[in-house]
Design a protein around this ligand. Structure first.
Ligand SMILES: [Zn+2]
Length: 279
């Protein structure tokens, strides 16, 4: 982080099954670097969102140590890839619709504890309407929709689907739902990055400037290999910094830190109990 001039990191543990062992790893890092680490409960790979998971998350958020939960893998494309270093990266295929009982209950818990919910949801004809229904029912849950960049896919996972997402669709959602935010971390679609992607297309630049209060940066480092490789995380940081450099100085400052700091402290609703839909 020092080498890359990254001041703070949102940390969500991934290794092992969900449960205290995950969160202890995050808290150990936080206790060592309290000024640098923002602890989140790690939900990567947790499916289904069962009653046990919900009760666990409720209890962990009640400790007051965690500022959020994520990534909920609402729609996540599975893949496996070889790295240059001879290790392979594997990620599972997940579908947990945003309007399903488990995610609705999580959204309720996030609102109850004033925590942020980070969602990984690929854009398809089915996922976006489900997100709309979920946001309508949970107007005070702070949701960050991860990976909203000009390289993202639409309606499929192949290279042909990349760069097809519509910034007007994101603008429409941001307009309708003041509790929706997004990050610009290069996610699944970064496997399709090519040299011309270093600059922001005008329509995306317009989206980011128009909704400059609603986006945050991100690195997306779910694989240990990308932290161990000297170029792994540095590459993501460079991509994100290039995109930022196409934006106005005030928007850059908001995306880089100000928006996230504000989202964390913003409290859109008083905490109230959740009646779980999940049986
Ligand atoms: Zn993701």
């Amino acid at each position: 982080m020092d080498e890359l001039s990254v001041r703070k990191i949102v940390l969500m543990a991934l290794k092992s099954k969900w449960g205290p062992a995950r969160e202890q790893r995050t808290l150990a890092a936080y206790e060592r670097y309290p000024d640098r680490v923002i602890p989140f409960i790690g939900l990567n790979g947790v499916s289904p969102i069962s009653r046990d998971v919900l009760e666990y998350v409720d209890g962990q958020l009640a400790t007051g140590k965690f500022r959020g939960v994520g990534e909920v893998l609402s729609r996540h494309y599975g893949f496996s890839a070889e790295t240059g270093a001879g290790t392979s990266l594997e990620a599972g295929d997940y579908t947990i619709p945003m309007d399903s009982p488990g995610v609705q209950d999580l959204m309720c818990l996030a609102a109850k504890h004033n925590a942020v919910l980070i969602v990984h949801m690929e854009t398809t004809a089915a996922t976006v309407p489900a997100l709309e229904r979920a946001l309508q029912r949970n107007p005070t849950t702070k949701v960050i929709w991860a990976h909203q960049t000009h390289i993202k896919t639409l309606d499929g996972s192949t290279a042909q689907h990349a760069r097809k997402a519509d910034p007007d669709q994101i603008a429409d959602l941001l307009e309708k739902f003041p509790n929706l935010y997004a990050d610009i971390a290069p996610g699944f679609e970064s496997r399709y990055l090519r040299s011309g992607d270093g600059r922001l297309p005008d329509r995306w630049k317009d989206l980011y400037e128009r909704y400059s209060d609603r986006f945050v940066v991100g690195l997306d480092g779910p694989f240990l290999a990308s932290w161990e490789e000297p170029t792994g995380v540095a590459r993501s940081a460079t991509v994100v910094r290039n995109w930022l450099s196409d934006l106005s100085p005030s928007t850059q400052a908001k995306f880089a830190a100000e928006n996230f700091e504000r989202i964390l402290v913003d409290q859109p609703s008083p905490g109230s109990p959740c009646e779980f839909l999940t049986k």
